[in-house]
Design a protein around this ligand. Structure first.
Ligand code: GDG
Length: 475
């Protein structure tokens, strides 16, 4: 009897390939998604398909990579430098990312990048079909780089199970309408049986786009796409709770926490960690911190803003400009408010091992998340998971998906500079008992709705939907 397979597809494989002295190294990704889906793709004949993030320099090297990845249940889609520029940097990151994060003026519409986007989505589809799929197989596609893929797969198989999860927000339909290729993008995603987002608002925006832009109707809680029912639902992603809570208690991390506290001489540590991205509100945070220093001079020399910015997309012009602006602002604040004894901002543009992140989370008195738009934001959940045995306060943007779950955080509007600086003062003055109570309530949520729970719920529902669809067809 045929054993059904589960196939995960995302732009990037959960691995990084590096070449040192002509030797290839395969470094597994530690990201939440890789961990959560690890128990699935590594099992039986299941696989994960994606770009390996590496361009082989010969056919021979390509074959070696394919062989090595196959042993790990990973199947690569090799892309050329032009394809990466057009499909990934050009279309995904210069059209979809800004539009989906409400930055219309940042979008750069180029017809040739649309061609690349279609070409690469087709290349993913070809790789999938080369695996000789069966109608019983299940496919889970991740994120906005692959919006056309569900339909491409569906065209060849009416029955196969397809789920699509979008990790970034879906914008209101009038914003989405700005994209010249919006109809094709919507129809592409609608090849899936279950389309999921982090928040209820995202699902509503997607449904509005489908009804207002391409005239679909909704019946029995599902979109009617030809004679198929397509379900659009909310699945807020969680983190690997146990990993972060146990890391925080590990001797190695505890030693580092102690040294961080000593280094900052018991000043209160305000922590922020983000990829370099204009959606994360890094400049707004710096303005708010400066405002805080102006309005609460009694906290001079008592706090430090530890700001870790992780390098990302810095070949894209807006990201490069943003980086320059952050450098300038952080330098300005340190120069104007700093003294011989005290540097207000410890700013690092770097990537750290997860143990270092854990030490920062554990040591931090405040975690400051000021995203202008964020699908979910996992950093704030990782902070909470690190706080079983230490105190801390989360200040969270109400425009991050996580704000819908973490109601015990101090929630702020990231555009309201005064509100953020007041929130910093409120967090610093919060009594210990209140900190503990709020943190314990948040821990309960982050622990329960963890990454494994998310994966399980999604697959259970996808299976349920296939049964509903089958019953509808036989009626
Ligand atoms: C997208 C959506 C959504 C960060 N620096 C280092 C490092 N990280 C890890 C964090 C965290 C992850 O990166 C960042 O996740 P976020 O959720 O905050 O943000 P995006 O990268 O924008 O992710 C977002 C997410 O997808 C999931 O659906 O929540 O809204 O934009 O896990 O720990 N990890 C290591 N070193 C670093 O320096 N090892």
């Amino acid at each position: 009897m045929y054993k059904k397979r589960t196939i995960i597809i995302s732009n990037r494989l959960p691995i990084r390939i590096e070449k040192h002295n002509s030797e290839l190294k395969f470094i597994p990704s530690e990201g939440g998604l890789a961990t959560g889906l690890g128990s699935i793709y590594k099992k039986d004949n299941n696989i994960w398909i994606g770009w390996p993030g590496y361009i082989p320099d010969s056919e021979e090297e390509k074959e070696i990579i394919e062989e090595r990845l196959k042993e790990l249940n990973l199947i690569p889609v090799f892309l050329t430098a032009e394809q990466i520029e057009g499909y990934y940097e050009g279309f995904s990151n210069e059209i979809l990312w800004p539009i989906f994060h409400h930055r219309l003026s940042y979008a750069v519409y180029r017809q040739e990048n649309w061609q690349y986007y279609q070409e690469v989505n087709q290349a993913f589809c070809n790789t999938i079909w080369a695996q000789q799929l069966d109608a019983k197989d299940e496919i889970w596609i991740h994120d906005y780089q692959l919006m056309l893929l569900p339909r491409l797969i569906r065209q060849d198989d009416e029955k196969i199970s397809i789920g699509y999860f979008q990790h970034i927000p879906f914008p209101p339909d009038e914003i989405f309408r700005c994209i010249p290729w919006r109809d094709e993008l919507l129809k592409g995603v609608l090849g899936a049986d279950l389309i999921a987002f982090h928040t209820y608002n995202d699902t509503q925006h997607f449904l509005n786009a489908c009804t207002h832009i391409i005239g679909l109707t909704i019946k029995n809680n599902s979109l009617q796409v030809g004679d198929r029912s397509v379900y659009v639902e909310v699945y807020p992603m969680g983190i690997d709770y146990d990993k972060f809570s146990s890391l925080a208690e590990s001797p190695e991390v505890q030693v580092r926490v102690k040294s961080l506290k000593e280094q900052y001489q018991n000043r209160k540590i305000i922590l922020s960690i983000d990829r370099l991205d204009y959606s994360k509100g890094i400049l707004e945070r710096l303005h708010a911190f400066e405002n805080f220093l102006i309005n609460w001079p009694e906290y001079h020399n008592q706090v430090v803003l530890y700001m870790l910015v992780v390098p990302s997309r810095d070949t894209v012009p807006q990201y490069k400009r943003l980086r320059d602006e952050i450098d300038r602002m952080a330098g300005h604040i340190n120069a104007v408010y700093g003294t011989n004894e005290w540097t207000p901002i410890a700013y690092y543009y770097n990537t750290y091992p997860v143990e270092e992140l854990s030490a920062l989370y554990t040591a931090a008195d405040i975690c400051l998340v000021t995203s202008l738009r964020d699908g979910m934001n996992l950093v704030c959940k990782e902070y909470i998971a690190s706080k079983e045995n230490s105190l801390g306060v989360l200040i969270l943007s109400e425009l991050a998906g996580a704000s819908k779950e973490l109601l015990d955080a101090i929630q702020v509007n990231p555009n309201a500079i005064d509100e953020i600086s007041n929130a910093i003062a409120q967090a610093l003055q919060m009594p210990k008992e209140e900190q503990r109570k709020r943190m314990d309530d948040s821990i309960e949520i982050v622990q329960k709705f963890n990454i494994n729970h998310w994966v399980k719920l999604f697959f259970n529902r996808l299976r349920e939907i296939k049964i509903i669809q089958k019953n509808e067809m036989s009626r």
